[in-house]
Design a binder for this molecule. Structure first.
Ligand code: ATP
Ligand code: MG
Length: 401
């Protein structure tokens, strides 16, 4: 029997939100994203079988219970594929109760657990036994072969069985996926990435809803050093590992900031800087085919994030501005930055452009009229053009070659 068993990556997605034609689009994108994420690993081509995904990993190597070498890398890559609800390395065996028991016994033997439960499901009606009958049969076989206790309420080891018409999947190590929708199914947005804690999380949340996210970072060079550029680049690399690659625009705004300083009252500087950022970002969004901008703002977190200031800033953009963090507490955002993998990068001390010519007391309620009076003294379009003329583009590969 062992000769017919093979290891696969078994991956599931949530179906609740998928209706009609959406399902095919979702499944197609998920298969192609997963296949891309697994490039360079030992995994074969992902295929769809009865509303689940199977990716061949190879035959068992040292005994039935051990996944082939290289499986860890596959699991690590899969954990960053949006759209997956959960996944597991699984033994794929013929749709036959005896073969299922043999696999279950092998997994149980390999585990130090003293108690176990079998959770079997008949996922296609052609399989000869129902879920409960299969639970009982496989449970009895595992108990007899290993001497482990059955414990249905809090087992140390759970052995899951999915019985399909022509194949069965047996696994005991389920991992949570990141959920959401496959990157690409929701179109494209442009996210303003400061390198701080909040904006990478905002970009990531949009990715998780299926958006392809292009990034832009504004820096104050040559008035600042290159540390903020490096921080943004490192954050962008992490984001690219979730987004199947990406693009980062680096735009110099130091000169523009100097003009702002000369033109108006200190208290309005930050709001004016932000309005310029949105204008420049909106221009880049057009060339990228992105339909909205994304920022990391959270209501009331700092002076520039009062309702008044958010509204005055947003007025400068002719595209919708999304703020996935707007109603979230700092601690929640920090926790998500940890999960996403940018927290450590974002807490490095850097010289960012916002510390450049920063006012001692920023206005918490900028008035749009006053802001517009100051802008009337500036050559807004020319400043935007000049910043864009200095823009650099970095292409980010994922997986890293
Ligand atoms: P973050 O943690 O993302 O830096 P923050 O709490 O420091 O945000 P602000 O400095 O007010 O808040 O910035 C608000 C948002 O404006 C950021 O989340 C980001 O989207 C955008 N932003 C600010 N500075 C930059 C920058 N230098 N480059 C790109 N976007 C920026
Ligand atoms: Mg910041």
């Amino acid at each position: 029997m062992t000769g017919e068993a093979g290891w696969v990556l078994l991956a599931h997605y949530h179906e609740v939100a998928l209706k009609g034609r959406n399902r095919a689009v979702f499944e197609g994108a998920l298969l192609s994203n997963l296949s891309r994420a697994l490039q360079g690993t030992r995994a074969g081509r992902p295929q769809l079988l009865a509303r689940r995904i199977l990716v061949p990993l190879g035959p068992p190597e040292t005994g039935l219970a051990n996944p082939p070498a290289g499986t860890d890398l596959v699991l690590q890559r899969a954990s960053r594929v949006f759209g997956l609800a959960w996944f597991a390395p699984a033994l794929r065996v013929p749709a036959d109760p005896e073969a299922i028991s043999e696999a279950a016994v092998a997994l149980a033997r390999a585990s130090p657990a003293a108690s176990f439960a079998v959770r079997a499901k008949r996922a296609e009606p052609q399989f000869p036994l129902g879920g409960q009958a299969l639970n009982e049969r496989v449970g009895k076989d595992v108990k007899e072969a290993t001497g482990k206790r059955v414990n249905l309420s809090s087992p140390e080891l759970t052995i899951w069985v999915e019985a399909l018409a022509r194949t069965a999947l047996v696994h005991s190590a389920r991992l949570p996926g990141p959920g959401g929708l496959p990157v690409g199914v929701s179109g494209k947005v442009l996210a303003l990435l400061s390198g701080g804690i909040d904006s990478p999380v905002a970009a990531w949340r949009m990715m998780r809803r299926g958006a392809r996210v292009v990034l832009v970072h504004f820096h104050g060079e040559p008035y600042t050093d290159r540390s903020s550029r490096q921080q943004a680049l490192d954050c962008a690399r992490v984001l690219a590992s979730w987004g199947l690659g990406g693009r980062l625009w680096l735009v110099p705004i130091g000169d523009l900031q100097r003009e702002v300083v000369l033109a108006g009252p200190e208290g309005l500087r930050v709001v004016l800087y932000r309005r310029f950022m949105l204008r420049i970002a909106a221009r880049l969004a057009r060339t990228e085919g992105a339909l909205a901008l994304v920022t990391g703002d959270s209501l009331g977190q700092v002076a520039s994030q009062t309702l008044e200031n958010l509204a005055v800033v947003e007025e400068a953009s002719d595209l919708p501005v999304f703020r996935p963090n707007i109603g979230r507490d700092k601690l929640e955002i920090v926790e998500e930055a940890r999960v996403l993998g940018t927290l450590e990068i974002s807490t490095r001390p850097v010289q960012d452009c916002c510390t450049l010519f920063v006012p001692r007391r920023p206005a918490t309620r900028a008035s749009l009229e006053e802001v517009k009076r100051v802008e009337a003294r500036l050559e807004v379009d020319a400043l935007v053009d000049k910043a864009l003329a200095g823009a650099e583009l970095v292409e980010l590969a994922s997986p890293e070659p």
